[in-house]
Design a protein around this ligand. Structure first.
Ligand SMILES: Nc1ncnc2c1ncn2[C@@H]1O[C@H](COP(=O)(O)OP(=O)(O)OP(=O)(O)O)[C@@H](O)[C@H]1O
Ligand SMILES: [Mg+2]
Length: 284
């Protein structure tokens, strides 16, 4: 079956006065795809999410979100979109249950969903707790519960695991993969390259408002594998760096024949190295 496009942008550009923030942004995100928008602080990631969710209007170009123009998303359209933005927008004085109850009314869905999603994000014991008494990771999970409560077709997640411990981050990764499994298209931003490599079907690297790389993370890394080396670790503790071509075949073959090989692996750069090379900046 042909996959459906959930988001398509065509030459989107954005500026605030004379500050050009986005230029010529072309992305396409399909059903069941996790798309990662990566880039240093100030690159324009949140701005693009705000444009695609109708919170800001681009100065030129067009975007289709679930077949609708992003500048005129209808109420029915918003009922198919979930989002967790960098500021979670939860009501501090209300309990977890009450926060979600407000949204069941906005979305016109059954209150039965509240219990289901609180269980799903592991907050069943915090149902009656006020948001201001939750930890950061709990707030983030509550925000995610709210975003998936109405079973959206697109989920926008702006830095969903920023500042969380590895266990909570991994829990959130599992939830994101579950949503993907249902066919939800997921648009996420992150500064965590490992997270992007693990989760994303496609990533775009945004630098100074322009997409400078776009594709499957492992393919991008391969493209930047200029050295094309192989790392060989021997059982005696020696390590050798060899060129990845036929000239190394005999040597490697001999080590294998003598049962001397502990491990062998290619040495393409990881996404972090690639992106630091392109942007000349760290992803703080
Ligand atoms: N409402 C606004 N008015 C004026 N300038 C803005 C506005 N929103 C964002 N900007 C500017 O647009 C640029 C991109 O900001 P944006 O928040 O999209 O970056 P980001 O990639 O999400 O960064 P971070 O990783 O820090 O979240 C910045 O220079 C920012 O100052
Ligand atoms: Mg941002």
């Amino acid at each position: 079956m042909e996959q459906k496009n959930r988001i398509v942008t065509d030459h989107i550009a954005m500026s605030f006065q004379d500050n050009v923030v986005l230029q010529d942004i072309n992305v396409k995100i399909e059903e069941g795809e996790i798309f990662g928008l990566l880039g240093p602080s100030g690159a324009g990631k949140t701005t693009l999410i705000k444009i695609l969710t109708g919170q800001l209007k681009q100065i030129s170009g067009t975007a289709q979100v679930l077949g609708m123009d992003n500048r005129s998303i209808t109420r029915e359209g918003y009922a198919k979109i979930g989002m967790v933005l960098d500021n979670t927008g939860l009501y501090d004085r209300l309990t977890c249950w009450d926060n979600l109850a407000l949204f069941t009314e906005i979305y016109g869905i059954s209150k039965d969903r509240i219990k289901v999603v609180l269980n799903k994000v592991g907050l069943e014991d915090a149902t009656k707790r006020s948001v201001h008494k939750l930890s950061k990771g709990m707030k983030q999970r509550l925000a995610l519960a709210r975003a998936i409560m109405h079973e959206p077709e697109i989920l926008f997640l702006d830095e969903p695991t920023s500042g969380l411990d590895p266990a909570t981050a991994s829990y959130i990764h599992q939830l994101i993969l579950e949503e993907k499994g249902k066919g939800t298209a997921i648009f996420l931003t992150t500064h965590n390259m490992e997270e992007a490599t693990k989760l994303c079907d496609n990533v775009a690297l945004l630098n100074k408002g322009q997409i400078v790389e776009y594709g499957y993370p492992k393919n991008i890394c391969r493209k930047y594998n200029f050295q094309n080396k192989i790392q060989l670790l021997l059982k005696n503790g020696e390590s050798h760096t060899l060129t990845n071509d036929s000239s190394s075949a005999e040597l490697i073959g001999n080590y294998f024949k003598n049962n001397a090989v502990e491990s062998i692996h290619s040495s393409e750069p990881n996404l972090e190295t690639v992106f630091m090379e392109i942007t000349g900046r760290r992803f703080e």
